[in-house]
Ligand binder design. Structure first.
Ligand SMILES: C[S@@+](CC[C@H](N)C(=O)[O-])C[C@H]1O[C@@H](n2cnc3c(N)ncnc32)[C@H](O)[C@@H]1O
Length: 281
């Protein structure tokens, strides 16, 4: 172990930051700029301490040499903020526009939804609650939800369906009826009921890799993740997502994300909502 306060003196130098930013890009596609240096240092410092490493240079060597450390590194450098029913306008669109239209056009088919960059699963469970509720109006609706992320730690949380603290409190305050119907209280926390969890399949997936299931999704939520990529990788991610979408599918992006200035297979339909351009359908 290192003596005394050696760790507290370890500041991330410009060269170490550059090496780490390059590893972040290599393993996640995320572009990490200089203004994130303090953030990165704050996230990695406890890991150096756990590993008994005094210098970021030692940690860089460790990530380069040890595949198991790569996943721990990925889990630390990703930002996983999310919420149930994030951006209400999106959920209004899905309930009032997308679902009625889709059910009318596909009375016999299972709706396949992808929560890409699902973080701790709030978005995927929100989708499951929305679709379950919609079944009261349209019992013929069947649906499946695939939820993926590159961060295995948040995926493990998502699979448990256990939410505590602010995220659970905000959800219960905003949607008390849904919280009662689909969750059971556990101490101060809320756990998704097994029937809700059964609608969602969680898995690991890197958005820069091809989706292994082919062009299968009718609805993709790719929210608040493109902002972390530079334009090249945004285009690559959107290319992979496009290849995973069925004809007529819709893509939903986050509030801060506009893709109209870059060349993609998508065109703007309405706020947050994109469809596949005719020539790419
Ligand atoms: C800010 S969260 C967004 C969560 C959710 N989509 C939402 O809007 O509430 C971004 C998520 O993207 C994931 N992510 C970052 N890079 C990724 C990549 N290359 N492939 C898959 N997921 C990635 C992170 O792990 C994180 O959980």
């Amino acid at each position: 172990m290192m003596p005394g306060n050696a760790f507290d003196n370890a500041d991330l130098t410009g060269a170490d930051f550059a090496a780490l930013a390059s590893l972040v890009r290599e393993h996640t596609g995320i572009a990490m700029h200089e203004h994130k240096r303090v953030l990165l240092q704050g996230r990695l410092r406890p890991r150096l301490r756990t590993l008994g490493l005094a210098r970021y240079g030692d940690y860089i060597a460790r990530v380069r040499a040890d595949r198991a450390e790569v996943q721990a590194f990925i889990n630390l450098v990703t930002t996983n903020d999310t919420a149930f029913f994030r951006t209400p306008a999106v959920w209004d669109y899905l309930e009032r526009d997308f679902l009625p239209g889709w059910v009318a056009q596909h009375p016999q088919r299972t709706l396949r939804i992808w929560s890409a960059a699902a973080a701790s699963g709030e978005e995927a469970y929100s989708l499951a609650m929305l679709c379950s509720g919609f079944q009261a109006r349209a019992p013929q609706l069947t649906f499946s939800i695939t939820a993926t992320d590159i961060d295995t730690a948040v995926l493990a949380t998502a699979a448990t369906g256990l939410y505590e603290g602010r995220t659970a409190q905000r959800f219960a305050d905003a949607h008390p009826e849904l919280a009662r119907t689909h969750f059971t209280p556990e101490g101060g926390a809320l756990r998704a009921r097994p029937e809700l969890r059964a609608h969602v399949r969680f898995g690991e997936h890197h958005l820069l890799a091809p989706w292994p299931g082919g062009a299968q999704f009718d609805l993709v939520l790719l929210r608040n993740v493109l902002i972390y990529f530079d334009e090249d990788n945004q285009q690559r991610v959107l290319g992979q997502v496009h290849a995973a979408m069925a004809p007529g599918a819709r893509l939903i992006l986050g509030e801060q994300e506009s893709i109209t200035r870059i060349a993609t297979p998508f065109e703007f339909e309405q706020a947050h909502v994109y469809r596949i351009r005719q020539e790419h359908a």
